[in-house]
Design a protein around this ligand. Sequence first.
Ligand SMILES: [Ca+2]
Ligand SMILES: [Ca+2]
Ligand SMILES: [Ca+2]
Length: 298
Amino acid sequence: MRKLSSLTVPTMRHLSVTSAWRIGVLGILVMASTAHGAVLYDEDFEDGSTDWSSGTIISDPSDPNNNYLNFGSGGSYSWLGGQRNDIGPTWMSSVDVFLDPASAANGNYGFEFTQAITDVDDNPYRQDNLFHVGAYQIRPASQGSPASYALGVTVPNPHHSTSSEGNDPSYYVQQAYNNDDPLFTVTAANWYTFSWEFSPTQNDEVLVDWSMYDADGNEVLDYESTSVLSAAEMGGNSYMWFIGASSYYDSLSIDNVRLTSPDAAVPEPATMSLLGLGLLGALGGLTARRREKTHIAQ
Ligand SMILES: [Ca+2]
Ligand SMILES: [Ca+2]
Ligand SMILES: [Ca+2]
């Protein structure tokens, strides 16, 4: 998980003149960096209501302070507070998904999910950007019955499983294993964080950076590709969608869905108080420096 770390701010009376200046500058810098990650959508399922299309909010049995969303094999989606055509070209979305390697045991397991994008002209969507999760066969039954499967995650862009692939959401996971393409094998039942980052390149393209993090925050899967949209064409988010696949999964659990963009920066209340602290610190430093100057002049 990427979270803004909390700041420990020392009390003013312990500060030297130099420190007061530093805190002043720090406060302003914090304001800038927080605005850089302006939060446009943040769904942690704690308030008991949600705009996700399907599912039940569950009280986490392993954490009394947490709720998450669980939905069935019909899938679920959200527009993340609304389709946006004006937050590009730089923005990011992310979601936590619970994965259990035991799901893959019989080989008939998989799902796909996407962050779709739209353009500045607000076309409904322009491209899906998929993660593929599913069982892949590591030993066929012919080499030792029963066949053996593992749970993998891969990220080819922009394909998703189609009828020619049997509508099998694990199709690309098996392909990644067979072809030695980027693949993460899930060995621990836990929450994993998935993110998409969109950012402009020097050639007016948009780089799409898929990332998967384990519960300790380690990036375990990384993939980059350029979007069909140029930086000038990139509008922003369309839906985030967990595609239904009735014969491949029974239910999925997700949490902490977020959308951020520096191009739609809105200072938050906490930011404003830090800005105030920054100005106070800067003023305090200024006053102290003036006194110091006067003293030197004498
Ligand atoms: Ca939650
Ligand atoms: Ca909510
Ligand atoms: Ca990455």
